[in-house]
Design a protein around this ligand. Structure first.
Ligand code: SF4
Ligand code: SF4
Length: 204
């Protein structure tokens, strides 16, 4: 197997300006969205760094998903520098509810997000791809993952006259924690973010 490099952050050389135009996960975000967690229907890629935490905390995860962590993956470890930790595995999709094997059994939400929120586990236990959706990345490019899943909160009608943050703004903390964005691109995107706020304030 190819050597695994210890990637701490994913390198980004280009950010699509669309991430500061697309409406974000506003209001209560995912928690009160009527989307039935459709973004979990194909499972996800789990970074190597996340995988270690999943195995460390398997005794907390398994009662929430009803499955052994060993049975929650569909692929073996694949080295890839586009993932934190330098490799990834894909999760299995459960037949009974067509959701990722780490989705909470019989209720809304992800077991990994749930443990981060309620037990104070490191947020690294949630895969990168799930922390930033519907923003995604590929080989140095950060962009909006289109088409966005139907019924996602960021496609919902927003109240008029209220500033609705962009997807970059609602996911900004995670984006900055997980990606090493070229300084010039970061400056560009921050400038566009401020312009968007200014446009809203100066609207007729
Ligand atoms: S890890 Fe959690 S958020 Fe990500 S696809 Fe699976 S259930 Fe959904
Ligand atoms: S990202 Fe969108 S589709 Fe996924 S749980 Fe949140 S609101 Fe629902």
């Amino acid at each position: 197997m190819k050597k695994i490099k210890d990637i701490k952050k994913i390198r980004i050389r280009r950010v699509d300006p669309e991430v500061v135009e697309q409406k974000g996960l506003f209001g209560g975000g995912c928690m009160d969205a009527g989307c039935e967690d459709i973004c979990c229907e194909y499972g996800c890629d789990v970074d190597y760094a996340t995988l270690g935490l999943i195995y460390r905390y398997r005794r907390l995860i398994e009662p929430l998903t009803g499955a052994s962590v060993d049975d929650c993956f569909s692929t073996e470890l694949t080295p890839d520098e586009d993932y934190i930790g330098g490799a990834y595995r894909e999760t299995l999709v459960r037949e009974e509810d067509e959701r990722c094997a780490f989705h909470l059994k019989d209720r809304k939400g992800c077991a990994l997000f749930y443990l981060w929120q309620t037990k104070g586990l490191p947020k690294r236990i949630v895969p990168t791809i799930c922390r930033v959706y519907p923003v995604t990345w590929h080989r140095g490019h950060l962009f909006v993952d289109r088409p966005i899943k139907r019924a996602c909160r960021c496609l919902e009608r927003a109240p008029k006259g209220v500033y609705i943050p962009s997807i970059y703004e609602t996911q900004r903390r995670d984006i900055l924690a997980l990606f090493e964005i070229e300084p010039k691109e970061l400056e560009k995107i921050e400038r566009l973010r401020k312009e968007r706020i200014r446009r809203f304030k100066n609207r007729p």
